[in-house]
Write a protein that binds this ligand. Structure first.
Ligand SMILES: O=C(O)CCC(=O)C(=O)O
Length: 280
């Protein structure tokens, strides 16, 4: 299993990430990682635990399963978040000397799933603020745009917007906020104001996005599973910000962190990569 990205992150990638707010890195993981994490996803679907969200209602086709903080209880997810090429990729994209693990999240859409991933950006969901939180969405299966591939709006991380969070299972804990709702950009594909980005992915490719880049995905009408794990890492300016109506973090960081503290806490937001250690 590779410890460093099979294709190193280049200057061009970093510049494009800063400009567009989303890029796709090809062949970051070897086949062993992909097989290991697909097996881990099978286990997760069989034993989802108490943080799972199921967006597909009983009787509807397919299954849209989401889960969070798997690294806390599953050794394979833990290795994936802390000992894989991901922390190094996060550090390169954020130009950070040190990155901590914020959390990991699984997104699985079984064949026939109709539920979409609504257009949104991530930061309003989180008890955090700052631009240095990168999400690394790792494709574990082939993913095409017709088969629920992610779509982004280039440059939307610079719009100065903070849209209302909306979960695919329509959790009212998030939707009753006073924030402006995120428009459904899928109806604006021909609008010259927006440059849409999307990539077909092979297993082991990684889409990287900024916490304010607007994105969404369709359902999965294809005959194969679409599975991905998104791992979020925090860099220099990421701060703890426990607002109302945000995601609850495992490990009760609210007992220790004050608003404005860096997103670093042993066992909760552990250091995942440090330049000094990487070059030792
Ligand atoms: O995979 C999906 O459908 C959603 C992914 C996403 O929204 C994220 O990783 O932030």
């Amino acid at each position: 299993m590779n410890r460093h990205p099979l294709n190193p992150v280049g200057r061009e990638d970093i510049a494009r990430f800063q400009e567009d707010g989303a890029i796709c890195l090809r062949r970051v993981f070897d086949a062993e990682w992909v097989a290991r994490m697909n097996a881990a996803v099978d286990r997760l679907l069989a034993n989802p635990g108490n943080r799972a969200r199921e967006a597909t209602k009983a009787g509807s086709p397919g299954r849209f399963h989401m889960n969070v903080f798997m690294w806390r209880w599953d050794p394979d997810f833990r290795a994936f978040a802390l000992e894989s090429p991901l922390p190094e990729v996060a550090a390169a994209l954020m130009g950070a000397d040190r990155v901590s693990l914020f959390y990991d999240q699984a997104f699985v859409k079984e064949p026939g799933t109709r539920e979409v991933t609504q257009w949104h950006h991530d930061l309003p969901f989180w008890p955090a603020l700052g631009g240095d939180i990168v999400s690394l969405w790792v494709a574990l299966t082939p993913v095409s745009v017709e088969g629920s591939g992610l779509e982004y709006i280039a440059g939307s991380h610079k719009w100065n917007k903070f849209y209302r969070a909306a979960t695919p299972d329509e959790d009212p804990r998030f939707s009753d906020s006073k924030l402006e709702p995120c428009p459904d950009f899928s109806t604006m594909k021909g609008d010259p104001r927006y440059r849409f980005l999307s990539w077909s992915c092979e297993p082991g490719d990684v889409i990287c996005h900024h916490p304010l880049t607007v994105h969404g995905a369709g359902g999965n009408p294809l005959g194969r599973r679409r599975a991905a794990i998104s791992v979020r890492y925090a860099g220099k300016d990421a701060r703890w910000d426990p607002r109302p109506a945000v995601m609850r973090v495992e490990g009760a960081p609210e007992a220790t962190l004050k608003a404005g503290d860096p997103l670093v806490l042993d066992g909760v937001f552990p250091i995942a990569w440090e330049r000094a250690r990487a070059h030792a």
